[in-house]
Design a protein around this ligand. Structure first.
Ligand SMILES: *[C@@H]1O[C@H](CO)[C@@H](O)[C@H](O)[C@H]1NC(C)=O
Ligand SMILES: *[C@@H]1O[C@H](CO)[C@@H](O)[C@H](O)[C@H]1NC(C)=O
Ligand SMILES: *[C@@H]1O[C@H](CO)[C@@H](O)[C@H](O)[C@H]1NC(C)=O
Length: 293
């Protein structure tokens, strides 16, 4: 009795081929398979651009270092799938339909240096969204037409961030605290936003003026409102806003002091007058007493 079937020549050849492939494979990328609509190469690049994907590609090699999912219709980055790719260095998600990202989205990507979120439909960036990305060097987040809200601590924890591009979003203001937390920043893009230059932007304008060397296209970083400021460069407004927004006294203060001054003056005049009359009366009384005696 034969317990095992005799291996056929063909299946033996297959086994040998498999062992051979596994032996020479330079990386796990080749052996671990690849998502059907992506191309994974031995440089640990997974290329999935323009594949009409509506969901994040699953089954990517765990060792993937560079993932390109641009030009698709992906509306969500699932934290679980993404965080399996703990060796990712480069992630291009541009031109998709991403509506939100959060701190948990990037929970485990400690090597990620380049992140592109441009051409999506993000509306806000919350506190410490990118904090787990301790190696993040360049963040591109341009052309999100509804992106109007960046939390003051959105980039807290990104001490390595050198290039931040937020051009052509819908920002009317940006709390300068979000930039102050970036010690390594050397290039910032803010042009093409409907920036409002009033006293609430005073700190931002001042910062831009002092740090203008960091601006990518400082000449095009201009105010959109109020009307009087339209088209003026942020970098030239810092000192002016500082002066305008901290004019010691305004109109109502002057009016107040005038009225109070007038009351004090009148009170003094009346008091002096009453005193005068009183003294005259006293004098008169004394005199008539003296005459009586
Ligand atoms: C975005 O992706 C679509 C679909 O692939 C493409 O037709 C379009 O040109 C891309 N837009 C940009 C700005 O790259
Ligand atoms: C941009 O923000 C303004 C409010 O600041 C809003 O009215 C407008 O709809 C926003 N634009 C887009 C494209 O979401
Ligand atoms: C900016 O954010 C800080 C910290 O949250 C806050 O204290 C400050 O008032 C904000 N500045 C403006 C102009 O909103």
């Amino acid at each position: 009795m034969r317990l095992l079937p005799e291996p056929s020549a063909q299946s033996l050849r297959l086994v040998f081929l498999l062992i051979f492939v596994m032996g020479v494979a330079p990386s796990p990328a080749l052996t671990a398979g690849c998502s059907d609509r992506c191309v994974c190469d031995d440089q640990l690049v997974a290329q999935c651009a323009g594949q009409q994907l509506t969901q994040f590609p699953s089954d990517l090699p765990l060792a993937t270092r560079q993932l390109i999912i641009s030009n698709n219709e992906i509306n969500d980055l699932p934290a679980l799938d993404l965080n399996y790719l703990a060796d990712l260095i480069y992630l291009d998600c541009s031109n998709n339909s991403l509506t939100q990202i959060s701190r948990s989205t990037f929970g485990n990507l400690r090597k990620l240096a380049y992140l592109d979120l441009s051409f999506n439909t993000l509306t806000k960036i919350e506190e410490r969204t990118f904090a787990p990305l301790i190696s993040l060097f360049m963040l591109r987040m341009t052309d999100n037409p509804g992106l109007s809200n960046i939390h003051p601590l959105a980039f807290a924890g990104n001490a390595a961030l050198q290039v931040l591009d937020m051009s052509r979003n819908n920002l009317t203001t940006l709390n300068v605290s979000s930039l102050v937390t970036l010690p390594a920043l050397r290039s910032l893009g803010l042009s093409g936003n409907p920036l409002r230059c009033d006293c609430s932007s005073e700190d931002l304008c001042m910062w831009v003026q002092i740090q203008s060397f960091k601006f990518q296209d400082e000449g095009q970083t201009v105010c959109h409102s109020p009307e009087a400021m339209q088209g003026r460069r942020l970098a030239e407004l810092g000192k002016q806003l500082r002066a305008d927004c901290h004019r010691g006294l305004d109109y109502w203060d002057y009016l107040f002091f005038t009225v109070v001054g007038f009351i004090i003056f009148s009170a003094g005049t009346i008091a002096a007058w009453v005193m005068g009359v009183f003294m005259v009366l006293c004098e008169h009384y004394k005199k008539s007493n003296d005459e009586d005696n």
